[in-house]
Ligand binder design. Structure first.
Ligand SMILES: Cc1cc2nc3c(=O)[nH]c(=O)nc-3n(C[C@H](O)[C@H](O)[C@H](O)COP(=O)(O)OP(=O)(O)OC[C@H]3O[C@@H](n4cnc5c(N)ncnc54)[C@H](O)[C@@H]3O)c2cc1C
Length: 437
């Protein structure tokens, strides 16, 4: 097995050898969790092969710190750390999301109400620049701005090779209690109370309809009277509307949505019986990548999540119900633990809230002539919300850079990719991903 240093040297030499003008993107071992798009130009890019970066390098159970390569998937990471009675602090719900992708693409989950994103649990990044130099970046060394901007950089500011991050003690099971609320006001009051009291380990929820808001509150426990798993016939999000409580083994809790969050496929009982065991999120995404040219260019099905400041959620949902009306929604409370350097300074100055509600829309068919993605971009701008960049993006460039922080972005780009081999953030997420040259 090659050492980490040998793998890094090999990636650096691929970068140094690249002299052409074709943009670069990454070839990982695990499938990508960007929303598949019909004309995404990255399929034609020259590739830097980082598929060897899949090792957990060190777990220090005393300091509760892990060092791992960027291509380690969360399912492998949870297995490795649980052997020491520990888990990563933020574990995105799909098994094959990688730790590098989680930082570059801003992953979140049900511990985010305390800890923010996976990035916020990280202590150090090793970054390979486009010219093949290796930088060690921490929140307080000379590369502090690189450390912060790699988060949400979508691979345009260099390659994450190795990450050092914190772990927390875990128990064998997670007990879930499903609180049903009939109004948004009651739902939000409960979220705020739990966040204040810190009386649980996990919090997310499903808004089944404008009159059924379920908050899923989870706590680590040592024993369980029974357990359920949702990796074949049973559908997790549906269970939250019918059950009052549940017990899951800890890995099954983390990956309870791996068959799809609110758009579980196959959707029929028979389909799941025949294919449900074989087809999890990775297999569907791999298939979509292979036949990406078959996906619709016009009116793609919506898969997106949006961050709404808690004080504006009522206004957003009132608008959403009227204009889009697609339910259920997955929701994740997300604490403002750090004013991210990749968002414009003016954005943070205007924001009074200390918490966001991340709302995820999965599998909404677009109707009529309206561009629902663009409508959300405009509404969120009005309400101080943020639409994540993993889906279809329609921002005009000038507007994009009023939301994202161009001075910080340019300062880091000048260090890590001065010849723009990885494209810039706007070009990658709003043009190339949309098939626009
Ligand atoms: C259907 C679907 C469901 C999702 N569900 C969830 C969920 O439940 N919870 C959640 O938190 N998120 C979810 N996401 C979003 C997901 O967390 C992000 O898209 C994340 O970035 C995916 O990571 P990945 O490892 O698949 O990376 P990729 O998708 O391969 O890459 C994401 C971006 O990061 C860059 N990148 C990847 N690796 C590196 C690296 N080593 N160095 C530098 N840049 C890199 C890529 O260039 C790309 O721009 C979902 C996305 C989809 C499409």
């Amino acid at each position: 097995m090659d050492s980490h240093a040998v793998k890094v040297a090999r990636i650096a030499s691929q970068l140094r050898a690249h002299t052409g003008t074709t943009p670069l993107s990454l070839r990982k071992k695990a499938v990508s969790h960007q929303v598949p798009k019909a004309g995404d130009l990255r399929h034609r890019d020259d590739k830097i092969d980082i598929s060897a970066l899949t090792d957990v390098i060190e777990i220090d159970p005393v300091r509760r710190i892990c060092v791992a390569e960027s291509g380690v998937t969360f399912v492998d990471l949870v297995t490795a750390t649980l052997a020491h009675g520990l888990v990563p602090i933020v574990v995105p719900e799909l098994k094959t999301i990688t730790i590098g992708g989680a930082v570059a693409g801003c992953s979140i989950e049900s511990m985010s109400f305390v800890h923010g994103g996976f990035h916020d649990t990280c202590l150090e990044y090793e970054v390979i620049t486009a010219s093949g130099d290796v930088l060690i970046c921490t929140p307080d060394n000379e590369h502090a701005l690189v450390f912060q901007m790699i988060h949400g950089g979508f691979g345009t500011l260099g390659i994450l090779a190795r990450l050092t991050f914190r772990l927390v003690p875990a128990k064998r099971y997670v007990k879930l209690v499903y609180e049903q609320h009939a109004t948004l006001a009651a739902y939000q009051a409960s979220i705020a109370a739990h966040a204040e009291l810190r009386d649980l380990d996990f919090m997310d929820g499903i808004i089944h309809s404008p009159s059924l808001y379920v908050l899923c509150v989870g706590t680590f426990v040592d024993s369980a009277p029974y357990t359920n798993r949702y990796d074949w016939m049973k559908v997790y999000y549906k269970s939250t509307a019918t059950r009052r409580e549940d017990y899951l083994e800890t890995p099954h809790y983390f990956f309870r949505y791996d068959r799809g969050v609110t758009n579980v496929r196959p959707s029929s009982f028979l389909g799941r019986l025949l294919f449900g065991k074989l087809m999890a999120s990775s297999q569907w995404l791999r298939l979509a990548e292979k036949v990406h040219w078959l996906l619709p260019r016009e009116k793609p099905t919506i898969t997106v999540d949006v961050f709404v400041p808690v004080s504006r959620v009522a206004e957003f949902l009132e608008w959403y119900e009227r204009e889009l009306g697609h339910f259920p929604l997955w929701c994740v409370p997300y604490k403002r633990v750090h004013d991210y350097e990749w968002l414009a300074d003016d954005y943070w100055k205007a924001l009074p809230d200390g918490m966001f509600l991340d709302l995820a829309i999965y599998g909404m068919k677009q109707r009529g002539d309206r561009n629902y993605h663009r409508m959300m971009e405009e509404k969120l701008r009005e309400l101080g919300g943020i639409k994540t960049l993993i889906a279809h993006n329609y921002y005009p460039e000038a507007e994009f850079w009023t939301i994202f922080n161009k001075p910080n972005y340019d300062a880091v780009k000048a260090i890590t990719d001065p010849h723009n081999k990885f494209r810039d953030l706007y070009t990658k997420t709003c043009k190339a991903a949309m098939g626009i040259r």
